[in-house]
Design a protein around this ligand. Structure first.
Ligand SMILES: Nc1ncnc2c1ncn2[C@@H]1O[C@H](COP(=O)(O)OP(=O)(O)OP(=O)(O)O)[C@@H](O)[C@H]1O
Ligand SMILES: [Mg+2]
Length: 420
């Protein structure tokens, strides 16, 4: 089972509310995303639960500011934000972000605090504990204040894509566990993100035992689970709030749930909806997968422009990939969408790369050598392309990324479904 690195906060989904919003009173505003800002996860959870599903929680104002950008946000500032230093930061944050409305919830209300809050641009101040309907009403009032030209949820928001242009979806797959899918997916995605001035995302669709968060040393607060929970009201702004930024590269990451038991609850069609929204504003969406043809993987193939098959250099690996390629063909996946990546291509085994190519009847687009820098990088949570950029492994990944950046600029792949 995946576990997040030591010193990194464990995932705690308990402070999110997945309950239905309560019946009485107004619902969440339709023209803004709502984010609760509170250091105390219990209080944050209470506030989020009062507001209903789809509300994101962050720990502090830095994290909030990080998530601002595409569309209006109403931030519910919890009691940990009600001191002079924090309110000074709120002031700056509000000035820098015209699409931000704030509501403060404080444990102790004084005239001085009220004055400070209002001067910092806070729209409303409420006393904790606050009635759910009162909180929702304040959030809706704050949302009403946005300029009329701000787009409503569901309408197109400002994105980096041309209207109608969809980002490329690249799925990394193998029929054999441990062949290097996650190493390839993370390094490829990081390389593409560093090369692009447009957003690039990585989704961990290995829902039970995904390693992406560990390999990138992330402490995500949200996962695929949160995004699929909100699938029916998902738009780029809401989805953006569920993504974790890999700071060294700018890659946007949607990790697998920390609890493998949650994997079974994820509906493949909802995950596809998440990918469709991601590709509406990302240049490339890379997807890591488990080593099996499950529902999720089949649906992900269906929306993929390219499928990278990773194989090692041993007989069981080659045999499984051969069977896997045959299955993909039978499923109607066009051959030109399939790309072979040979991992540990120089392993000291008796197999010859040429023989492997001949057996599989598919030309590899990359040969990644076996190198100790890979397990070292995996254990450090720092991709090889960042930690050991001069290694032969990093160079092979750079070459692999070049295949896709070149293809993107020359001839965008046909966007069509393979089956279904
Ligand atoms: N080129 C390489 N050189 C040396 N070691 C490698 C190489 N590629 C992968 N490895 C090692 O193999 C391990 C498995 O790789 P990885 O986790 O990427 O496989 P996977 O296919 O994603 O596995 P799973 O099916 O469990 O998700 C890594 O932890 C890494 O240490
Ligand atoms: Mg993996």
């Amino acid at each position: 089972m995946s576990s997040y690195p030591q010193g990194v906060d464990q995932f705690d989904l308990s402070h999110f509310s997945f309950d239905e919003p309560f019946d009485a009173g107004p619902g969440l505003p339709s023209n803004a995303t709502v984010i609760v800002v509170e250091a105390d996860s219990t209080v944050a959870g209470q506030l989020a639960a009062q507001l209903g599903s789809g509300v994101v929680t962050v720990r502090d104002l830095d994290e909030l500011e990080h998530r601002l950008g595409l569309a209006p946000v109403v931030a519910v500032l919890g009691p940990s934000c009600a001191d002079p230093a924090e309110l000074a930061m709120v002031d700056l944050c509000v000035r820098r972000n015209p699409g931000l409305g704030t509501v403060l919830v404080t444990s102790q209300l004084s005239t001085e605090l009220l004055q400070r809050a209002l001067r910092a641009g806070v729209k409303d101040v409420l006393t904790h504990p606050v009635e759910g309907t009162e909180l929702l009403a304040a959030v809706n009032r704050a949302a009403e204040a946005f300029p009329a030209m701000q787009p409503a949820a569901g309408e197109p928001v400002e994105t980096f894509q041309e209207p109608g242009e969809l980002g490329r979806v690249i799925t990394v797959f193998s029929t054999k566990g441990g062949s290097g899918k996650s190493v390839v997916a993370t390094n490829l995605a990081v390389t593409l993100a560093r090369r692009s001035d447009r957003p690039v995302a990585l989704v961990d669709a290995h829902l039970e035992f995904g390693d992406v968060a560990v390999m990138l040393k992330l402490s995500p607060r949200h996962t695929v689970q949160d995004a699929v929970e909100a699938a029916d009201r998902l738009d780029p702004a809401l989805l953006e709030a569920f993504l974790t930024v890999h700071q060294p590269s700018g890659l946007l990451v949607l990790p697998a749930p920390a609890d493998p038991q949650l994997a079974g609850q994820i509906d493949a069609r909802e995950l596809v909806r998440v990918i469709e929204v991601l590709r509406s504003f990302c240049e490339t969406v890379v997807i890591d997968t488990p080593a099996s043809f499950n529902d999720v993987v089949l649906d992900v193939f269906n929306v993929s422009d390219d499928i990278i098959i990773v194989t090692g250099m041993d007989i069981p690996n080659i045999k499984n990939v051969k069977v896997g390629l045959h299955t993909l063909e039978q499923l109607g996946v066009p051959r030109e969408k399939l790309h072979l990546v040979i991992n540990r291509a120089d392993s000291k085994v008796k197999l010859d790369v040429g023989e492997v190519e001949k057996t599989l009847r598919i030309r590899p687009i990359a040969h990644i050598p076996s190198d100790v820098v890979v397990p070292i990088a995996v254990n450090k949570g720092e991709p090889v392309v960042i930690g050991s950029p001069r290694s032969t492994v990093a160079k092979a990944i750079e070459g692999l990324a070049a295949v896709f950046t070149k293809q993107s600029s020359e001839a965008p792949a046909a966007r069509r479904r393979f089956f279904g």
